[in-house]
Design a binder for this molecule. Structure first.
Ligand SMILES: NC(=O)C1=CN([C@@H]2O[C@H](COP(=O)(O)OP(=O)(O)OC[C@H]3O[C@@H](n4cnc5c(N)ncnc54)[C@H](O)[C@@H]3O)[C@@H](O)[C@H]2O)C=CC1
Ligand SMILES: O=C(O)[C@@H]1CCC=N1
Length: 280
């Protein structure tokens, strides 16, 4: 059971996915979670009704109660938020950021000396405690705090501690990744509907097929290529399907999606730094 008090800055979709998973896990109680945003009281009321967590507008947050502060607003708001936090956080209150493209050193440079910072990249499957979450501690973060933060993140899925220079590609694969599978399903459903099947049945068939394949990869010893070969009978239906996929650029499209998202993660940090130079 986690003993610390956690506060969220930002109450959007990613914050809600994490809150939902954390409360559901039972590893932290709802009253140890405080959720804030700038001004949308209706949204805070909605989050309080759904999950029983404490909510308060950001300017009314009592920072002395907070052990870990999770940044979950948009990357473009980072400078204003760090400027404010510089005067409110003490260095041993851990700042955990889920913001795409914002590095630990970017945050450390704008906060008090020795500020403990952790950069993480969860995904929205946190809702069901099935996130693939990356974690990367900053320069001053105490190992004990890393472990507490890791335990908290493990309550919403699997955690991977990775070097920071791999955060962009991780974001392209796992942070944005659920969207690729939803896009795939949208096309599966569209194709099935055109053949006269109903959406509800198609969703169950498509999702079960994805789930089965995911479990085969996670629970078995075989590589994806070996598993693919087992599905592919000589001169059969799968061979025809894979040929069509290859001819339509399926493999390249997947690589392009990951590279596109990873590139945007890199670009976001440059944009933020550009904005800062422009504002001086
Ligand atoms: N949506 C996703 O799948 C993932 C999102 N992220 C990251 O999570 C962050 C939030 O993304 P979403 O939830 O999708 O966005 P969103 O637009 O749904 O939520 C942003 C929230 O931040 C609040 N906010 C804005 N400025 C604020 C401030 N100064 N202080 C306090 N609250 C403030 C807004 O009121 C809103 O509740 C982004 O930085 C994104 O990079 C990371 C991983 C996955
Ligand atoms: O689209 C985005 O920028 C965020 C970060 C990863 C997933 N969603």
């Amino acid at each position: 059971m986690i003993k610390q008090t956690i506060a969220f800055l930002g109450a959007g979709s990613m914050a809600e996915a994490m809150i939902s998973g954390m409360v559901e896990s039972g590893n932290i109680s709802a009253d140890q979670i405080i959720v804030t945003n700038r001004s949308n009281q209706d949204r805070l009321n909605e989050i309080n009704d759904k999950y029983g967590v404490r909510t308060v507008l950001k300017d009314d947050l009592d920072f002395s109660q907070v052990d870990q502060l999770i940044l979950a607003m948009k990357p473009k708001d980072i400078d204003a938020v760090l400027e404010d936090l510089r005067y409110k956080l003490n260095p041993n209150q851990v700042l955990v950021s889920v913001l795409a493209g914002i590095s630990t050193s970017y945050m450390e440079d704008r906060l008090n000396d020795g500020q403990e910072v952790i950069r993480v990249m969860p995904n929205t499957s946190s809702t069901l405690r099935e996130s693939a979450t990356a974690m990367c501690p900053g320069h001053y973060t105490d190992m004990e705090n890393v472990l507490v933060s890791k335990a908290l993140l493990q309550s919403i899925g699997e955690v991977f501690i990775i070097p920071e220079d791999k955060m962009d590609v991780f974001t392209g694969i796992a942070g944005s990744g659920p969207a690729y599978f939803y896009y795939l399903m949208e096309h599966i459903e569209e194709t099935g509907r055109a053949e006269g099947m109903d959406s509800k049945t198609l969703r169950e068939i498509g999702a079960q097929t994805l789930l089965g394949a995911a479990k085969m990869m996670l629970e078995g010893e075989e590589s994806p290529a070996e598993l693919r070969k087992k599905v592919t009978s000589p001169n059969g239906t799968t061979a025809a399907g894979l040929d069509a996929l290859e001819e339509s650029g399926g493999g390249d499209a997947i690589s392009a999606a990951i590279k596109g998202a990873a590139g945007r993660s890199k670009e976001l940090s440059k944009e933020i730094e550009g904005l800062l130079v422009g504002s001086k």
